[in-house]
Write a protein that binds this ligand. Structure first.
Ligand SMILES: [Mg+2]
Length: 242
């Protein structure tokens, strides 16, 4: 464990970088909401079968993004094309579906468990930032809809930084813009690949939010692991020492 230096507390991190989807907002619920909105453009009703088709495509493309095959922006453009085709519609439906889906996504905001309690506990102790592989406009909109925008000093999205997690340049650019050093920051996220591996490579301490209870991985070693968000209160460097 590195010793963090901060003016007020010698052992405490100065800032927390939070991933957004599946760390603070529930990706699955948000995605279902966006898909329901998107399907209106195709005049078909929502069902779990349709969601499974969509989710399968998105999961595969985002997995390939993390392997470096696509950028996040390319995936965002690609999955409507693949989904609309797979549902049996022609290319003329891609634009309307994509537009409707994104409108739904921009207001989707289901919170993960314990988020408000955690942010309230962190408020005043740390400067908090969002680090997200997505579009700035949609993530800002979703944070506002969820009522948690004001907890964060800034929001770093991959489209504005010019790099996607896990690229170390994403984290370096976030540090540069925040004026923080790697030793002052703890990165908290659910993705071992995008959040933990990327941040570790950039020299930042990491906290894996293993809410799926997957357990330790042989490939990636987070500095800390929690299964509930509020457990970050117990992390050395976060907890109240007095
Ligand atoms: Mg995530």
């Amino acid at each position: 464990m590195n010793i963090q230096v901060n003016n007020n507390d010698m052992n405490r991190y100065k800032a927390l970088f939070f991933d957004l989807d599946d760390t603070l907002l529930c990706y699955d619920k948000c995605c279902r909401y966006a898909l329901k909105t998107g399907l209106e453009a195709l005049d078909i009703g929502y069902s779990e079968e349709v969601y499974a088709i969509f989710d399968d495509i998105a999961q595969r493309l985002f997995r390939e993004q993390k392997e470096g095959k696509y950028t996040v922006a390319e995936v965002m453009d690609l999955y409507p094309v693949v989904f609309v085709r797979q549902m049996g519609f022609g290319p003329e439906k891609v634009g309307p579906f994509k537009h409707a889906f994104r409108s739904g996504w921009a207001v989707s905001h289901d919170l993960m468990p314990g988020v408000v309690e955690t942010l309230e506990w962190c408020r005043g102790k740390f400067d908090m930032y969002i680090i997200s592989n997505s579009f700035l406009w949609s993530q800002l909109s979703r944070l506002r809809e969820a009522g948690i925008r004001d907890y964060f000093r800034d929001v770093y999205a991959s489209d504005m930084l010019g790099y996607d997690k896990p690229d170390v340049r994403f984290f370096e650019e976030a540090l540069r813009r925040s004026g923080l050093s790697a030793a002052e920051v703890l990165v908290i996220g659910d993705s071992l690949t995008a959040d933990i591996a990327g941040a570790s490579k950039a020299g930042l301490d990491t906290c894996w939010y293993d809410f799926r209870h997957r357990g330790p991985s042989s490939a990636v070693s987070p500095v800390h692991t929690v299964t509930e968000l509020l457990q970050i209160r117990e992390i050395p460097g976060c907890r109240d020492e007095r």
